[in-house]
Design a protein around this ligand. Structure first.
Ligand code: MG
Length: 396
């Protein structure tokens, strides 16, 4: 057996719904649904709401007609984020190797902690689960294995078991179990295998994780590239993608530049702000960060500084999202009678990009702007910088 890592995935059950119950204990044991932005659709359901048959993603207007006894609540992002932080902080009591993966999921590298706690890994994860439940009040499922991919698979098992018996909340895939687990896992259920990849593999008569792992390295590499090969080894219990502890994040990212000539020209300054905004966002994306507060600064010829900041609806690293706010802020502090020497854009309150991948919460606009920004990076990669820039009136 090769040297192996022991990796756990902690995933909160019905996270948003659980948070709402924490804030209003009278909701405990009742069907509760949390709605997306602007109350569009259901993004979280308590077990009781699931049992009634409310579906994930169901439009609110349909759900409320069909399921009248359910309490529907507008999502409260700040509330969930706060509880998430408390849970994540608790995880550090067990190991410094914590990778916050999303608002309600984290990977832990527990390798070696067995000696420290003088108990088995199963006992450690059960302790973590009870600790979070008793101290914070949120139910979590924990999967344990040797790679992130297997830990994710184990965590799904833990959730299934939990539905049948609420006392069970953990599951371990040990070496002897790997093969059997892979046989009963369809390729669609493998973490990281999307619809397109799954269809491609099915065309080659590969339907289970086991079938996939039985293919030669050369074949997998030819069909899926290195990603596929990494996946194979992760499924076989080798940690190719180790737990990456979230490093101390930079507090802010700022870009500023003096104008070639002092100016009061509104369009000129907005163009400069847009340019800085792009550089800030590009850097955020490069570091895998998002920002929830953006500020702009105008420096007058006499060095007097005017600045203002604003909070984004959802943490972002898309210039298209930032620009909506920048124009507003600019109008707030710009004075045509002042001559300016420089301007700048700063992204504040930075967070790990993955921790905020709440796609269901993102309005279509946010999702679209994110795609535009990603496309921008690709174009610059191919054709070099400054091929594109946002016009003054863009997205105004
Ligand atoms: Mg969850």
């Amino acid at each position: 057996m090769p040297k192996y890592n022991v990796i756990a995935l902690i995933d909160c059950n019905n996270f948003f719904a659980s948070c709402e119950v924490l804030f209003d204990p009278t909701l405990a044991g009742k069907p509760v649904c949390v709605l997306s932005n602007n109350d569009g659709c259901v993004v979280a359901r308590s077990n009781e709401a699931k049992a009634l048959g409310v579906k994930m993603g169901m439009p609110y207007f349909m759900a409320k007609k069909q399921f009248r006894g359910v309490t529907y609540l507008s999502g409260n992002y700040a509330r969930y984020s706060e509880i998430s932080k408390r849970i994540m902080t608790k995880l550090y009591d067990y190991t410094p190797s914590v990778e916050v993966y999303s608002i309600d999921e984290a990977f832990l590298d527990l390798s070696g902690t067995r000696k420290l706690y003088r108990c088995s890994y199963e006992e450690i994860i059960e302790k973590i689960r009870l600790d979070i439940k008793n101290d914070i009040g949120v139910d979590v499922s924990i999967g344990l294995s040797y790679s992130k991919t297997l830990a994710k698979l184990a965590c799904e098992k833990a959730k299934e078991l939990n539905k049948k018996n609420p006392k069970i909340g953990t599951y371990k895939i040990g070496y002897k179990k790997i093969k059997d687990e892979l046989k009963i896992t369809t390729i669609e259920d493998i973490w990281g295998v999307g619809f397109n990849t799954a269809s491609l593999l099915r065309k080659h008569y590969i339907s289970s994780a086991y079938d996939f792992c039985s293919q030669s390295d050369a074949w997998i590499k030819r069909i899926m590239g290195k990603v596929g090969l990494d996946l194979k080894y992760e499924l076989l219990g080798e940690s190719v993608s180790p737990v990456n502890p979230n490093e101390a994040l930079p507090k802010s990212i700022q870009k500023t530049l003096s104008f070639a000539n002092f100016t009061s020209d509104k369009n000129y300054i907005i163009n400069a702000l847009n340019y800085h905004c792009h550089r800030v966002c590009k850097k955020l994306r490069h570091h895998g960060l998002k920002s929830s507060v953006v500020s702009i600064m105008l420096r007058a010829k006499d060095f007097y500084v005017l600045s203002t900041k604003t909070t984004l609806e959802t943490p972002s690293n898309s210039e298209f999202e930032f620009n909506l706010k920048i124009k507003e802020m600019f109008d707030e502090i710009y004075n045509p009678n002042i001559i300016y020497r420089s301007c700048g854009v700063t992204a504040l309150k930075l967070s790990n990009e993955d921790a905020y991948q709440m796609s269901l919460f993102n309005s279509e606009r946010i999702a679209k702007n994110q795609k535009l920004s990603d496309a921008w990076d690709k174009i610059e990669e191919k054709f070099g910088r400054s091929k594109l820039h946002l016009g003054t009136n863009a997205l105004g």
